[in-house]
Design a protein around this ligand. Structure first.
Ligand code: ADP
Ligand code: ADP
Ligand code: ZN
Length: 219
């Protein structure tokens, strides 16, 4: 199963990817995570990406296309993958079609998660994650079951993203509307797009996605 999660920053793509990964036993390919790892490593890519990400802009298409093309070719993607954060421009969407075509692959479904603009800001400002295992949390909407302790790994080190601040959020949302939203019609046209109300509770969103995916399988 090859899936693509689309939606503005804070819509819940990463959160839902975690559940889909477990359900279908396929990896989440998050370009944001890959870039943050490159920044932490201090690689050439990381050095280039750092300032761009801090400003809420997009890393150049050619770099992103190479990154994801290499990733899709790795062994753990043999049974499928969940794209999260790529494509983000029409050029990336076209490149994705080409790289999948070359491998005789295609996207089974494109899941678009919609959320009100004010809720997005609130979600991003309250977002944090476990520094040890990456599990995602929110100050209000998804607190750890025991305060200060990760539900998944029991660790107590949490981290917040540099770009999850009010200033950068504004430019990230603007970037989304200008450069990423225009790719939606590309997927709408051929019936692969399924739209999910991301304003619902996390578990309800998951149930709705799974229901829509299973529906599609019965065709
Ligand atoms: P994205 O990957 O689309 O940027 P995330 O999955 O990281 O978004 O979610 C952003 C924040 O909102 C996280 O802190 C997450 O816990 C929270 N969140 C995700 N889905 C929901 C939801 N349906 N309702 C409330 N909060 C949510
Ligand atoms: P969010 O889901 O909250 O928007 P991500 O973790 O997906 O955040 O991305 C963080 C940042 O990484 C983006 O603001 C952008 O600067 C960069 N980035 C991630 N994916 C891409 C991509 N496909 N093309 C260009 N830049 C990207
Ligand atoms: Zn953890």
């Amino acid at each position: 199963m090859n899936l693509l999660l689309l939606g503005p920053p804070g819509a819940g793509k990463g959160t839902q990817a975690q559940h889909l990964m477990a359900c279908y036993d396929i990896p989440q390919l998050s370009t944001g995570e890959m870039l943050r790892a490159a920044v932490a490593e201090g690689s050439d890519l990381g050095k280039q990406a750092k300032v761009i990400m801090e400003a809420g802009n997009l890393v150049p298409d050619d770099l992103m296309i190479n990154l994801i093309s290499d990733r899709i070719g790795q062994d753990d993607c043999a049974n499928g993958f969940i794209l999260d954060g790529f494509p983000r421009t029409t050029a990336q969407a076209a490149a994705l079609d080409t790289m999948l075509g070359e491998r005789n692959l295609s996207l089974d479904k494109v899941i678009s998660i919609t959320v009100d603009e004010e809720a997005l800001v609130e979600r991003i400002i309250g977002r944090f994650s476990c520094a040890d295992c990456g599990a995602g949390y929110h100050d209000e909407f998804q607190k750890p079951r025991t305060e200060g302790e990760c539900d998944k790994c029991g660790g107590g080190n949490f981290t917040r993203r540099e770009d999850d601040n009010r200033e950068t959020v504004k430019s990230r949302l603007k970037t989304y509307h200008e450069q990423t939203a225009p790719i939606l019609p590309h997927y709408e046209a051929d019936g692969r797009l399924i739209e999910v109300d991301g304003m619902a509770e996390i578990s309800v969103v998951t149930d709705n996605i799974l229901m829509l995916l299973e529906d599609g399988r019965g065709d």
